[in-house]
Design a protein around this ligand. Structure first.
Ligand SMILES: [Zn+2]
Length: 200
């Protein structure tokens, strides 16, 4: 594979190439773009990357992304603390919030149980979810996990644990195609799936 005749440009290309969804050609184009941009713009980009790691943390309650102890959703007293929507990842919160159909709070699992990928229940934020159900006025846990084989197995695992805590466990309605990610589904479909959720 041809490489840039500059160690710095080649290094930046490799860094971009490591990002999700960025192929070698796109990485080369981005690296060249940075080379052509002004020093000021390049510095701003570099600072933005560092800021994400130094100023952003995860919410102590729900593991959403925040700059404070609690995220804006957990802090918002207008939200219904009696319903916790369990999602795999922070991007799923963004997708559900865009639908404007959900007024409860969230809990980010951090993935799904996957023996093949070496992800066990202990690797996910499951114990903290059970603690919340035990200590907060939670009436319903809505499972909004992406419908894959691992996702389905994770939902069954969670519902068995949660039901021991006398809480209603629901999941978002089918209509979200198997293997699809919430992040790529339109707002209206997510909205409908939340409205017509069913108990499991
Ligand atoms: Zn939060």
């Amino acid at each position: 594979m041809p490489k840039f005749d500059s160690a710095a440009l080649e290094n930046l290309t490799r860094q971009f190439h490591q990002l999700p969804g960025i192929g070698r050609k796109t990485a080369e184009r981005l690296a060249l773009y940075i080379f052509k941009t002004s020093e000021q713009e390049a510095k701003e980009l570099a600072e933005a990357v560092v800021r994400v790691k130094t100023e952003i943390r995860t919410c102590e309650r729900c593991y959403n992304i925040t700059e404070k102890e609690l995220c804006p959703i957990c802090e918002n007293t207008q939200r219904d603390a009696g319903t916790i929507c369990v999602v795999e990842d922070v991007v799923d919160i963004l997708a559900i919030e865009k639908s404007n159909e959900y007024r409860g709070v969230y809990h980010v699992l951090g993935g799904v149980i996957s023996p093949l990928a070496g992800v066990s229940p202990d690797d996910l934020h499951i114990q903290s979810l059970l603690n919340r159900v035990a200590n907060e006025p939670v009436k319903e846990v809505l499972l909004a996990i992406n419908p894959s084989t691992e996702g389905e197995a994770t939902m069954i695992y969670l519902s068995q644990l949660l039901k021991k805590n006398n809480v209603k466990v629901t999941k978002i309605a089918s209509g979200i195609p198997l293997g699809a990610h919430l992040e790529f589904i339109d707002d209206a479909t997510i909205g409908r799936a939340i409205q017509s959720r069913s108990e499991i």
